[in-house]
Ligand binder design. Structure first.
Ligand SMILES: [Zn+2]
Length: 311
């Protein structure tokens, strides 16, 4: 889990801090508390969690609260700053997700899959022993996510949300979500830091393309998702959305928001949705799109290194 880096922050702010000595516990750094009449170093910041606690006045809280007080700035501004220094300020629906994961009826699936799942995968063009970038959860006919292929949405390898796709085609809602699923991108954790990233719409597109692709889960990207992408420092972002007009419009809009990397929008003319491609078609397309297709996080050595125009 990524946390607030107080040392970097305090250095940049020219605030004196102590890493050892009086009042300083192991795994903490201390500063003069801005919440009380502290004339030494009673406020400790925990290096693992980023949370602070003052020995003298008992004030505790998040990096955002501390920054807001130290710099006398608004909470929203402080929050942005905390994020810049690595804080994850997302309230996680941990309890619900934990319950979902631990629930008696929820199973993590591995091949060979149960018949219903296997048939569904084959129908969608996946091999019957297909292993996606994350585990698949399935709760059979129990609970809120019944009859749904469910995947975890993670941020820094921490589950922050889940998304389940109905496999009966009878549910009124195709995709059901829980937690903060729009605070990260599905598959992002498996993408290389500093590498090329292909942005796709849904989990099945991600499954077809594989790494280094990740799904925005819909065709619009939230600002938290853009921030999560930014933290990967991609060398290039390739947006590969469905061919419909609305999706293409969203792709162009999104490209305008990606200021931190070279960005390319792929226009699929007379083509199927990436999720409907065969595994081979997807592999070919991926190799065409990436400048360094041999450098993907599955570590495979790919031989096709030519760059072609795509239609
Ligand atoms: Zn204090």
């Amino acid at each position: 889990m990524k946390t607030f880096n107080p040392i970097k922050y305090l250095e940049d702010q020219n605030i004196k801090f102590w890493t050892s000595g009086k009042n300083v516990g192991r795994g903490w750094i201390n500063i003069k508390c801005p919440f009380c009449e502290d004339n030494t170093n009673h406020l400790g910041i925990n290096l693992r969690s980023g949370a602070f606690s003052c020995w003298k006045c008992g004030t505790t809280g998040s990096p955002t609260k501390l920054i807001s007080t130290l710099e006398r700035i608004a909470f929203t501004e402080a929050k942005q700053k905390a994020i810049l220094y690595g804080a994850t300020t997302i309230k996680v629906a941990e309890k619900e997700i934990e319950e979902f994961k631990m629930g008696r009826e929820v199973h993590t699936l591995f091949p060979p899959y149960p018949e219903t799942i296997k048939n569904y995968l084959i129908k969608r063009g996946f091999p019957e022993d297909f292993k996606p970038v994350t585990p698949i959860y399935y709760s059979y006919h129990f609970g809120k996510f019944k009859f749904r292929i469910t995947v975890p949405i993670t941020l820094n390898n921490q589950i922050i949300g889940i998304c389940g796709r109905d496999i009966t085609n009878k549910a009124s809602v195709k995709y059901m979500t829980d937690g903060n699923n729009k605070h990260s991108l599905y598959g992002l954790d498996a993408c290389y830091q500093g590498g090329e990233i292909i942005l796709v719409e849904g989990m099945f597109d991600q499954w077809k393309i594989g790494s280094p692709s990740c799904a925005v889960m819909g065709s619009s990207c939230s600002k938290e998702q853009i921030l999560a992408l930014y933290h990967k420092h991609p060398s290039k972002v390739i947006i590969l959305f469905d061919p419909e007009t609305k999706a293409q419009k969203n792709a162009l809009k999104l490209a305008g928001q990606i200021w931190f990397a070279e960005c390319e929008v792929v226009e699929l003319i007379d083509n199927k949705d990436p999720g409907d491609w065969t595994m081979n078609e997807a592999e070919t397309m991926k190799n065409d799109l990436l400048e360094k297709p041999w450098l993907n996080s599955e570590g495979r050595q790919l031989t096709n290194t030519s760059k072609k125009k795509y239609l």
